[in-house]
Design a binder for this molecule. Structure first.
Ligand code: SF4
Length: 342
């Protein structure tokens, strides 16, 4: 593992507490995300992993309030940025932090960029809105940003439209735009999934380098544990809308506690050993949103399921090494939970 950790000290930059997002389906409120609690410190890179549909993107969109407003969607809990609750901010306060303090990089840069504007106009617009820079200053900053994301001939790139550059270059432009105002935090939602493996490695290396230079914290949403191992300081594992395990990356790979995390790690290919073996997979499917079981959402797939798992949702057990797990195999938070009872 290659941990390029930036010392993450001081009070949390972002504190998410008991975040819940429900979508209205007919007369019902269907929980897409629930009980999500975590912190991100300045300069930290935190991975958010889990299967498709587990709530990773909804979590990120809820943090920046980018989901359609009630009644389509209801967000509860709190999301504090340096102590100020984003969920309670006025529209103007919200607009002020988007891009300037928290930026977002989406999976598909083509649909995030405006096809009718040149790349230069889009980068410069972001810089001018959030920093008040003049046209000339914004242009200089845009050129310097494109240079820092290794775009060859940045001046020519500024004159191009999104369809005139490659997918890898579009994603680099999105990353340049995200870093344009030197935000405190970037929410990167599968930023390399649409790219081929070589370009993916380059883009991840670039984000890691920019993070080190700027001190920007990154929440990296991915389904790829290999990417997390290479780039992140801590990891949050999501399942069926909840964070079921949170741990420093080294600790998670050395000592995964939640049965779902263990299943995920067991299904990773290994270069150790010479025998060819079939990779184990986790049997079954995650529950569908409209039909969530009572008790633990993983119970139907868990090899360690116990009777209480089917009745009561597991609480959050916290360990001295910084790990937190939601599983009945461990004691609940606040009940002498600083030791490993598993
Ligand atoms: Fe398995 Fe029970 Fe833990 Fe859920 S709470 S992961 S069913 S042991």
């Amino acid at each position: 593992m290659n941990h390029q950790a930036v010392a993450a000290q001081g009070p949390p930059l972002l504190e998410v507490a008991n975040l819940a997002t429900h979508f209205r389906v007919g007369t019902r409120a269907v929980p897409a995300v629930r009980n999500v609690t975590f912190e991100i410190r300045r300069g930290e890179m935190v991975g958010l992993v889990g299967e498709s549909g587990c709530g990773k993107s909804v979590t990120a969109l809820s943090i920046l309030r980018l989901l359609p407003d009630a009644p389509a969607c209801v967000v509860e809990g709190s999301v504090r940025l340096d102590g100020a609750d984003i969920l309670q901010m006025t529209r103007q306060e919200l607009l002020d932090i988007r891009g300037r303090r928290i930026a977002m990089v989406f999976q598909d840069p083509f649909s995030s960029l405006n096809p009718t504007m040149t790349l230069g106009a889009q980068i410069m617009e972001a810089i001018r809105i959030h920093t008040g820079a003049s046209h000339r200053e914004a242009r200089q900053r845009a050129i310097s940003l494109l240079r820092s994301v290794r775009i060859p001939d940045p001046e020519q790139c500024l004159r191009r439209y999104p369809h005139e550059v490659s997918g890898g270059q579009r994603q680099r432009v999105m990353i340049a735009m995200a870093f344009a105002c030197q935000p405190d935090l970037i929410l990167a939602d599968e930023p390399t999934t649409a790219l081929d493996v070589t370009v993916q490695a380059q883009v991840l290396a670039l984000m890691t380098e920019l993070r080190r230079e700027t001190g920007t914290a990154i929440l990296l949403i991915t389904h790829d544990l290999g990417v997390v191992a290479e780039t992140c300081d801590r990891v949050l594992v999501m399942y069926a809308g909840s964070v079921v395990e949170e741990a420093p990356v080294d600790e998670l790979f050395r000592n995964p506690r939640h049965p779902y995390t263990r299943g995920l790690l067991a299904s990773l290919p290994s270069l150790r050993g010479s025998r060819i073996r079939r990779l184990p997979s986790i049997p079954g499917q995650p529950p569908i949103l409209t039909d969530q079981p009572s008790g633990c959402a993983f119970a139907e797939r868990c090899s360690e399921v116990m009777p209480e798992c089917r009745h009561a949702e597991p609480g959050r057990a916290v360990f001295a090494d910084g790990t937190a797990v939601r599983c009945h195999l461990y004691r609940r938070e606040g009940q002498g939970s600083s030791s490993d009872t598993g």
